[in-house]
Every structure is written in structure tokens, then in C-alpha cells.
Design a protein around this ligand. Structure first.
Ligand code: GAP
Length: 551
């Protein structure tokens, strides 16, 4: 830990900071406010050092709180063993930061993307979706500021004392000490590690980039989309797609990888339009845990608030608040309510943003960013207008004037949400067997169909039920092993319902449906099965109301 002086409005303030190693990378983080004089700060630092000795646990690094349910390594092993996610090109030893979705993983990932798309695109009249190319004209990334800002943020630097190399962010240049020995870094020889992947196109081998964010495709197409879709302002463009970042230290399984998916929407509005007519009571009363920029500067914890209170305190504009609330509501709808909103401090803001909020998720292994919400203002359209010499102004019918819209951008790391879903769902029953309690609508397999024993009379009906259901629902047929073993196999991969054809089915044309999360069973007529199952998957009916409960 060390002391740094900061000038605010001409006055000196002292802060205690520390160098923190996350994976291979080192960065500086605020410990607390130290006082208005160096002496105050030194006293505080001494207190902290002695407290640290007495109680090491109080100074656990971010992400190591003792709330462990499943560690990131256990999660990666589980995902590999069940066919959710494998390391890419494993037969050659793998490639750091690249992963493959296996048969179950791709189903869960597709269901997740589909649910996002339904919520943010299909259910809205003011939103359209696109799928832009991964490679675009190289001028895109110059104009967007990625080449001069984002691309050159990561540095490799060696300690003059212990000679260990560390990876640090540009804002920490010349500010931090070696976390290994507190020695000085050799700043003069710090090396940049570029974040954007380069490749070459065509016979002329023109140098181009793999996109670092999906957003730019939506800015480039904005005017044509507005014209072809005849969308009046305010309106949004949404996209889910692969992004590429040459992360200096890929780590924590899918959490920080070099190829991943962002789902994001760019919402365009008249910069003068301050009021959001879509804000409802539900938005205003939405409760959230909030960590403001000032609280972080003072080393304070997050506080409970509501979207309405944030608006009253003028922390956020109405449209920004509306989209933040919508993001939280979607997370709640997929069962991820353990979230906290963290305001970016001035020094953290991206080159394009005037205000950003991170949405952090409380993973069992720590609280980490899962999504973000930035006010990008007119930055991107202005930049592309200048660089392309094409006007991106549009005619706003409401105000009868030509304007360059501003943009609010909710964005989501889809792999990080995938990880949150599995972490939250992962549980054990009394026998120590794994049960993956995924929301039914997202589960890779919705139901497994079993003949109670492998005999033609049961198999004939079970096959018929399977053939009929599989046309519309992702179901599997499973006839090997005891029924108990088959339940356990399906619980482990998150199949919410198991359907058994037994002796009574032969007489009554019905089946049992077993509920994964509490093992209760109901009997349902085969003729009603498909519709009942659909309602159960969409959580439109209580399990005990969906059929005759077996006591
Ligand atoms: N257009 C805005 C943008 O790209 P970002 O915060 O850089 O913002 C969006 O990325 C989201 O993508 C983050 O909130 C995070 O969830 C996810 N993300 C960022 N870098 C990642 C990485 N290396 N691996 C996996 N997910 C990542």
C-alpha cells in the first residue's frame, strides 16, 4: 500500500492505494481516503498495515470473498466433463483465451441469446436487430478511437529490483509499484501490447481489424437502418455477435477470453429529449444495490437505492435510467437477481463515454462485471461523420429539424451471463449428487422421456411421445439404466422435467412428469402433454396445477 496525492479544485487530498495482481496483470486500486495532509495519510497507512497483520482476511482482494460455492476451476471442469464448454484446440494443448461450446453448451448459449433477443428486440416496437460483419473498413477503428485509446491501453513492464514483469493498464503508468517487492518499475522501457487483432484482406493484403466491440457496426449502418426500417427517433439497433480482444492476461475460464460475444443495443435519441415517456412506476420503484463514484473514492460500500431515487439525486438521465432498469429487469427474468450497479469513476470512463454504470454479478467466487450501460453521447456518430465526410444527421419529425442523435448503450457479456447461470444453478442434493437448477426456458434439454423398463410395450409409447414432442421441444430419449440413474443423469445437466411411461400409462394413456428441483411428480394425459410441458417450461403454470399430483 502507498500514498498518492490528488488535487481536487486546487486542494490537496491524500489517498491510500495498493498494487493488485489479477492473473498476470497488475493494477492500482483505491484502499481508502487518507486525509488532507500527508501526515494523516501516513497515520492511516500505519493503522491499516497493523490491522492487516492482525486480520489478514479483512483485506481480501476483490473476487476472493469467502462465499465460495463452486470455484472457477471446478466450474470449468464441470463444464468440460458434461459437454458444456471445452478448451479450444485441446489436442494441440489449447490456446489461452479461446473456448468451444459443446453439445449442451451451445443449446444453453443459444437459448440465452434467444431470450435476450425476445426481451430486447422482438417485444419492442422501437428496436430492430442486425448482424454486422466482424471485419469492417479499417477507418472504422481509427474514427472510433479504438486505435488510439483502446488498442494501446495494456503495457508490459519489468521491475528494476526483482526483474519480474507485470502487465498494467495505461492509467496506472508511472503510478504503481511492483506488487512482488514494492520496487520501482522500469517505466522508460514499458512495452505496449495491442488489444486489436490484425489480419490482412485481399490480394493487396490491406491491414484490417477483427472487431473489438459490436457497437461500431450499428453506428456505421445507423442512417440506412433508420431509412429502410422507417424508424422515427427515439429508436434502437440491437446485435449479438463475436468480439475479439487480445487480452494481455486471459483468465477465469470464459470470464476474460480473447474471443467472446457481446449483446448490445445502441439507442438513438434527440440530444434535447430529456424526458423518457417509457419510464413507468415499475422502473422507478425498482430496487438496486448501488456503488457511486464518490463512495468508491471514500472507500465506502454499496447502498440500497431505487431508480427513482437515482433520478431525484440527478445521478442519471431519464433515458439512461430507463435502460438500466430494463437491463436489471431482464436479469431478474432469468433468475439472476444478485446484481450491484457500480458507477465508473472519472478515471475509468472509456474514451467515448460521459457516464457509465457497470452491472456486477455476485458470482460464488466474487463480484464481477457482467454488463454495462454507457452514455456515449454523440461521440461515435460525430467521429464517423468527420472521418467519412458523410452526414449522419437525420430529420427528426417530432421537432421538425435536422439533428445528430445521441446514444445510450446497454451492453452485455454473453459468456459472463452464461457463467452466472451455471454458477447460480449448480447445487448438490442430500446424496451429494449435482443438480443444475437452470431456469427451464434456458435449459439445454427441456425433458427426457423414459420407458420405465426396456420392453416393447413401454418403448412403443415412449418413442411415440418422443417423436411427437421433439418436433417443437428439445427433448431426449433415454432408456438405459435404472430410472434413478436416468433422473440423476438429467438433473446433472439441468433437464427440468423427466417423463416416464409406466404400467399405468398402458391403461390410462397418461405419463408421469417429475420436477427436477423438488422431485415431485404429476400424472398428465398424453393428449395434453405437449401443451402442459410448454406451459411448465415458460413458467406459466405451477407444477402442482399442471396435472394430478402423486402423493
Ligand atoms: N460497446 C461497449 C463495450 O464493448 P465493454 O465493457 O468493453 O463495453 C461489454 O464490453 C461487456 O463484454 C462487458 O460488460 C463484459 O461483460 C464483456 N467482456 C468484456 N471483455 C471481455 C472478455 N475479455 N471476455 C469476456 N467478456 C468480456
Amino acid at each position: 500500500m502507498y500514498i498518492v496525492k490528488q488535487k481536487v479544485n486546487g486542494k490537496d487530498y491524500f489517498y491510500i492505494r495498493k498494487s493488485v495482481r489479477e492473473g498476470e496483470k497488475v493494477h492500482s486500486t483505491l484502499v481508502c481516503y487518507g486525509g488532507k495532509t500527508r501526515e494523516d495519510a501516513e497515520r492511516k497507512l500505519n493503522e491499516l498495515n497493523s490491522e492487516k497483520e492482525n486480520n489478514k482476511n479483512e483485506f481480501l482482494e476483490k473476487g476472493t470473498e469467502e462465499k465460495k460455492q463452486i470455484t472457477i476451476e471446478e466450474l470449468a471442469n464441470f463444464c468440460k466433463s458434461k459437454g458444456f464448454v471445452y478448451p479450444s484446440s485441446a489436442i494441440y494443448g489449447g490456446l489461452a483465451g479461446f473456448w468451444d461450446f459443446g453439445p449442451l453448451g451451445v443449446e444453453l448459449f443459444n437459448n440465452l441469446k434467444q431470450d435476450w433477443w425476445n426481451f430486447f428486440v422482438k417485444q419492442r416496437e422501437n428496436m430492430v436487430g442486425i448482424e454486422a460483419s466482424i471485419i469492417s473498413h479499417p477507418k472504422t477503428w481509427k474514427a472510433s478511437g479504438h486505435i488510439t485509446n483502446f488498442n494501446v491501453n495494456d503495457y508490459l513492464v519489468v521491475c528494476k529490483n526483482c526483474k519480474k514483469s507485470s502487465k498494467i493498464d495505461k492509467p496506472d503508468l508511472e503510478k504503481i509499484k511492483c506488487p512482488n517487492c514494492s520496487g520501482e518499475f522500469d517505466w522508460a522501457n514499458a512495452k505496449i501490447v495491442e488489444q486489436m487483432f490484425k489480419t490482412k484482406v485481399g490480394s493487396e493484403q490491406t491491414e484490417v481489424y477483427l472487431r473489438g466491440e459490436t457497437a461500431q457496426g450499428m453506428f456505421l449502418d445507423f442512417k440506412q437502418i433508420m431509412q429502410t426500417s422507417r424508424m422515427p427517433l427515439p429508436f434502437g439497433i440491437a446485435q449479438i455477435g463475436r468480439c475479439f480482444r487480445n487480452e494481455i492476461a486471459p483468465r477465469d475460464f470464459l470470464f476474460r477470453s480473447r474471443e467472446f460475444h457481446i449483446g448490445e443495443l445502441e439507442f438513438f435519441l434527440n440530444p434535447e429529449e430529456k424526458e423518457c415517456d417509457l419510464l413507468s412506476k415499475e422502473h422507478l420503484n425498482l430496487k438496486l444495490k448501488f456503488l457511486s463514484a464518490e463512495a468508491q473514492e471514500k472507500g465506502e460500500k454499496s447502498k440500497k437505492t431505487t431508480i427513482g431515487k437515482m433520478l431525484k439525486e440527478k445521478r442519471i438521465g431519464e433515458w439512461h435510467a430507463y435502460w438500466l432498469a430494463e437491463q436489471i429487469m431482464w436479469f431478474n427474468s432469468i433468475g439472476l437477481s444478485e446484481i450491484k450497479i457500480r458507477e465508473h469513476t472519472k478515471s475509468e470512463l472509456s474514451h467515448y463515454s460521459s457516464a457509465t454504470f457497470d452491472i456486477d454479478y455476485e458470482y460464488g467466487f466474487g463480484s464481477m462485471e457482467i454488463a454495462g450501460n454507457a452514455d456515449r453521447g454523440q461521440y461515435d456518430l460525430t467521429q464517423h461523420q468527420k472521418a467519412s465526410s458523410q452526414s449522419l444527421e437525420i430529420f427528426d419529425e417530432k421537432t421538425n429539424s435536422k439533428i445528430l442523435p445521441k446514444v445510450i448503450e446497454p451492453s452485455f457479456g454473453i459468456e459472463r451471463i452464461f457463467l452466472a447461470l451455471i454458477t447460480k444453478a449448480y447445487s448438490k442434493n442430500k446424496k451429494g449428487e449435482t443438480i443444475l437448477k437452470l431456469p427451464a426456458k434456458l435449459s439445454p434439454v427441456k425433458a427426457a422421456i423414459f420407458p420405465i423398463v426396456k420392453k416393447p410395450e413401454f418403448e412403443k409409447i415412449a418413442r411415440k411421445v418422443f417423436e411427437d414432442l421433439k418436433k417443437e421441444i428439445n427433448v431426449t430419449y433415454d432408456s438405459s439404466g435404472s430410472v434413478g440413474r436416468r433422473y440423476a443423469r438429467n438433473d446433472e445437466i439441468g433437464t427440468p422435467f423427466c417423463i416416464t411411461i409406466d404400467g399405468d400409462s398402458l391403461k390410462n394413456d397418461d405419463v408421469t412428469i417429475r420436477n427436477r428441483d423438488d422431485t415431485r411428480q404429476i400424472r398428465v394425459k398424453i393428449s395434453d402433454l405437449k401443451e402442459t410441458l410448454k406451459k411448465l417450461i415458460e413458467n406459466e403454470i405451477l407444477f402442482e396445477k399442471a396435472g394430478k399430483l402423486i402423493k
